[in-house]
Design a protein around this ligand. Sequence first.
Ligand SMILES: Nc1nc2c(c(=O)[nH]1)N[C@H]1C(S)=C(S)[C@@H](COP(=O)(O)OP(=O)(O)OC[C@H]3O[C@@H](n4cnc5c(=O)[nH]c(N)nc54)[C@H](O)[C@@H]3O)O[C@H]1N2
Ligand SMILES: Nc1nc2c(c(=O)[nH]1)N[C@H]1C(S)=C(S)[C@@H](COP(=O)(O)OP(=O)(O)OC[C@H]3O[C@@H](n4cnc5c(=O)[nH]c(N)nc54)[C@H](O)[C@@H]3O)O[C@H]1N2
Ligand SMILES: [Mo]
Length: 764
Amino acid sequence: MTKTIPIVPYDKPAGGFGSLHGTAKALIGNPGAQALATLPRLNQPQGVDCPGCAYPDSPDSKSVDFCEQGAWAIAHESGKARATPGFFAANTVTALRTKDHAELEAAGRLTAPMLYDAASDTYREIGWDAAFALAGAELRALGDPDRAVFYTSGRSSNEAAFAYQLLARAFGTNNLPDSSNLCHESSGQALTESIGVGKSTVTRADFAHAQLIMSFGHNPGSNHPRMLGDLREAKKRGCRIIVFNPLRERGLEAFADPQSPGELLGGGGTQLADAYYQVRVGGDLAAITGIARAVVERGAVDRAFIDAHTDGYAAFRDLVTGQAWPDIEEASGLTRAQMEEAAGYYIASPATIAAWCMGLTQNEFAIETIQSLVNLMLLRGNVGKPGAGLMPVRGHSNVQGDRTVGITSRPKAAWLAGLRRVFGFTPPAAPGRDAVGTIDGLLDGSVQAFVALGGNFAVAAPDTPRVLAALSGTRLTVHVATKLNRTHLYPGKTGLLLPCLGRTELDLQPAGPQFVSVEDTASMVHASMGRNPPAGELLRSEPFIVSRLARHTLPESAIDWETIGTDYDATRLLIERVADDAVEGFAGYNEQIRSDKGFHLPNSAARREWRTIAGKARFVAHALPADTIMARARARYGDRVLCLATIRAHRQYNTTVYRDPKGEVDRYRGVHGTRHLLFVGRGTLDRLGLADGETVRVRAASPDGIERHVDGIRLVATAQRGDDVFGYFPELTPLLSPALVARGSNTPAFKQIPVLLERAGAAG
Ligand SMILES: Nc1nc2c(c(=O)[nH]1)N[C@H]1C(S)=C(S)[C@@H](COP(=O)(O)OP(=O)(O)OC[C@H]3O[C@@H](n4cnc5c(=O)[nH]c(N)nc54)[C@H](O)[C@@H]3O)O[C@H]1N2
Ligand SMILES: Nc1nc2c(c(=O)[nH]1)N[C@H]1C(S)=C(S)[C@@H](COP(=O)(O)OP(=O)(O)OC[C@H]3O[C@@H](n4cnc5c(=O)[nH]c(N)nc54)[C@H](O)[C@@H]3O)O[C@H]1N2
Ligand SMILES: [Mo]
């Protein structure tokens, strides 16, 4: 039986009245939410850092700096629903597992520390001290600190994250996986090798000077809406915008600023993309190679810059000019004429920004692709001058800051030396487990304790069902969280759920109200001060919870945990001291953080200081690969294998799925009423003998032969060419094997899952 999904094509500009309605729905849908009071203070001096995304704040104090998506994030954090001990008494964990992501989210804020009780299959309230004592005793009983992992989701503040990595290292392990491992890890590693620093060289001020912005693999209309305002301003003063994305994302085509009455009423908005190149999934490396080849062949390189600042140009030039156009066209999905055209835009621009997000980082050859993009920028000296540079657009609001203050499984020697100098213990030097390493350890039983500072690890990571099952087999799980999610429903033998304050809430400590600090994607560090009354009396701040956990885990520790957990100025002073030789820019942290817009952590590459082995920016040349995930899957499973890219809908924040009162799921892609769908090109459907609206089983063409499938997925025919298909994260994440990762960065290949479509009811 075939049924057509209510797809309502969206042809208006992104933003506009839809965004205003969306903002209103966030508030109306969450009666009693403190959101209305919080919104005007978002991303303002002395305000709250929006927990939505990591896009930088406006350099000039605009009166309002938030978006529809921020409103949803805030409304959900500050809504009225509460997952109280009564709620847990009334719902066994087994019963809760039958609920979907949105229903778990709707249970509301956690209000009390809870301990899993296997006899009644429920979480039951426990006192804070008893909870800490239990967790500490279990951690110590592991015998080997490497049996524990400490996961961080990128919403934690610098202060909490610093305390957390200190706990892990004082305990004796570098097992510090984080959401960045699932996200921009590829960017950090590629950039570090090429230009000596793993962060964006662009600040928001650069948008006022750029003459060309190249966007790769990014859907800012839903995921960084404030960026559209910058693109619009740039466009208005004549900057060009070109886009590389297999899907035509409405937000990159046209935008009406919901905060500009003129544009709202005018209806048309601003056209954004001058050219839109629909690359194949994973085709960016080839597309960039083609563009670079055209730039080189037209003699449009900046010789003076190349000679003064770079290393490896000749090898790169020889490589790109040696790649045959038919191969480049085949691998990129673009024509030579399109790549020549893109090269024309690039050559015409005196200052170019290249921005990218998950479309580049979650592919098998992510590092190669990003380094090729660096090469392209280096060809014309587009790093380290106003209006130009490399911009990985980070996801979580403080994922970058967490890294800066030591959340990583592979710490730099200078950071460890800082810890030793300031705290007098010898931290472990051996690399620890990253996210995929954690999955491996959970699956083979060597990880026996899983501690999480936020996040929804098993749902955000590949192979969800197996990871969930493995978590229930551990000795200890500890989740510090604001809201209930599926990962919490698979407690270890001892399973703790510890409720913390959200970013909008007042954090009152004996030393007075505290603020925290966060770093955005442009390396601006600023303060965030919550003012709302906490969602419950028993909630504690993240730094407090982490430091108490540390005290009970390390009773002999000479570190003053009490102060770290309660007086954040003291914590910031410790960060400044540890960072001394390791991170530039933290001097006077407490003074600097109190200035209106915070402070900028300097970026060596942005001032053309290259901290690479060669002391120069490096062209790292990468040939087009032949041995790919898809080629291997097709060799094994045949040519019916399709390439699935898992993407976000408009109404979600990662694994948090919001239920829209009107059933809107993904506004700009026109989806209403369901998330269980797959966008497939008409040509592919015809070839496979499947029809629009049909419901199928999506089966993974797994490299390890393990059976993975998701049922009940409806097909939506699109004009898309080729065998790339698109569906939603997290529903389709269980299809990914943890063996499929970006080479070198170990980031799961969430955009390249080899799958087969099977008609419902078909044998097999
Ligand atoms: N409201 C909201 N905001 C968010 C989030 C959220 O879930 N909701 N999540 C936050 C987080 S943690 C992150 S990391 C960011 C994510 O922000 P995005 O990276 O924008 O998120 P995705 O939905 O993964 O979108 C990836 C885009 O890449 C394209 N794409 C897929 N494969 C390829 C490819 O091979 N090449 C190219 N060029 N493009 C490709 C897809 O068509 C899509 O447009 O957003 C952050 N902000
Ligand atoms: N298939 C597929 N999978 C993906 C991706 C993809 O594109 N496709 N993207 C990946 C990416 S880019 C990322 S970043 C990861 C995200 O992975 P995670 O960061 O692990 O997941 P989130 O959904 O952001 O975590 C949401 C949970 O965090 C908790 N939380 C929210 N606010 C706070 C807070 O202030 N403090 C604390 N302690 N807890 C809080 C709540 O309990 C909430 O349920 O997912 C990855 N997974
Ligand atoms: Mo992310």
